[in-house]
Design a protein around this ligand. Sequence first.
Ligand code: AMP
Ligand code: ZN
Length: 414
Amino acid sequence: MDLLLYNSLTRNKELFIPIDPNEVKIYTCGMTVYDYAHIGHGRKYVMDDILKRVLVYNGFKVKHVQNVTDVGHLVSDADEGEDKLEKGATKQNKTVWEVAEFFTNNFYKSMDKLNILRPDVICKATEHIKEQIELIETLFKNGYAYDTTEAVYFDTSKFKGYGEMFGQEMGDKKTGVRSEVKTDKNKRNNADFVLWFKRVGRFKDHVMHWNSPWGDGFPGWHIECSSMSMKYLGEQLDIHTGGEDHLSIHHPNEIAQSEGATGKKPFSRFWVHHAFLMVNGKKMSKSLGNYFTIQDILDKGYDPLALRYLYLGTHYKKPMNFTWQSLESASNGLKNLKSSILNLKSSPRNILSDDKENKIEGFRNKFLSAINDDLNTSKALSVVFEVLKSNIPSEDKYDLVISFDEILGLKLKD
Ligand code: AMP
Ligand code: ZN
């Protein structure tokens, strides 16, 4: 059955066909590990997990790579402000390295609790400095990079179409136009972004630093995703995912760097962007401090899978407001669903009806066409309830629902 995905690059729902039929290559931007993973991350990565499980269910072999941003990138997506990891280290009274390790572990443990399958490759920015330097060297060779006393930049004016990616306006990208932001006078265009920060000026005491052809310093944030995705997946990806905050800066920069290096080979065929989990109308975020962690969910006596169930009720491209009340309803919903499934096991065998096979096939198709329609999880869940209410034999209901759970990941068997 056809799999349709909304592609932010073309702003259309498109038929998914992998570049290499033998392996779908997915890259997911990971977390900046300076604070706890929260349930906003949970929503985003559960939906990535659904995408991966849907691909597998459709018969594709998948290779999934995810980075860990453990070189502190700055408090804004543009090259402004403080280093997030150094800020985290001060707050936690730890070294930047300890902070990164602690929160990387916290992130993956939290994701495990949500039954998210681990990526095939988890790669840390700090362990790929050499690859990032090599990529910057290629960008110099191809005429996209330049050097000032403060940093190495990507010259966005050299990359045709930079301002229009994902339907963004160039105005969205102007950095350094606000009075509090200190900019490098030798930067050529406002939108140019840093490939390598030199350990001078405001960064003269930067804790994480490495040697490079441009002196002692540390990589800009965006370069890690281009270099690590290319290292593990090759020059072209099938699907690249990220939160919708990456539409304006991070992902256009990844495209510019990657295609600037490979000679404009399309970096990724599909770009999937997720809407946020909100609290009281604001994005749940580490920087705002308005977040709940998986541990908070456990402390209140909820199963993290109730949270997964709650996420599935809203399409990944729609913003979702988190309330404890909504989690309470989801928790009851999941408990009821599990007990109906448990009851199926002890139900007497139903009489076989003539059209049983057709009905089962019908449900299978209905479920798959819902989930294959740009991951319509809430519609797919409604098919689960239709199956349970139907008159097909209990053991067939059980088998069907358990096979759907390969995608839903709610551990309905347990
Ligand atoms: P960060 O560590 O903040 O860079 O986030 C890692 C990923 O999680 C990014 O793709 C973000 O867009 C995403 N993310 C962060 N906060 C939320 C949220 N409240 N809801 C959904 N996704 C989020
Ligand atoms: Zn990224």
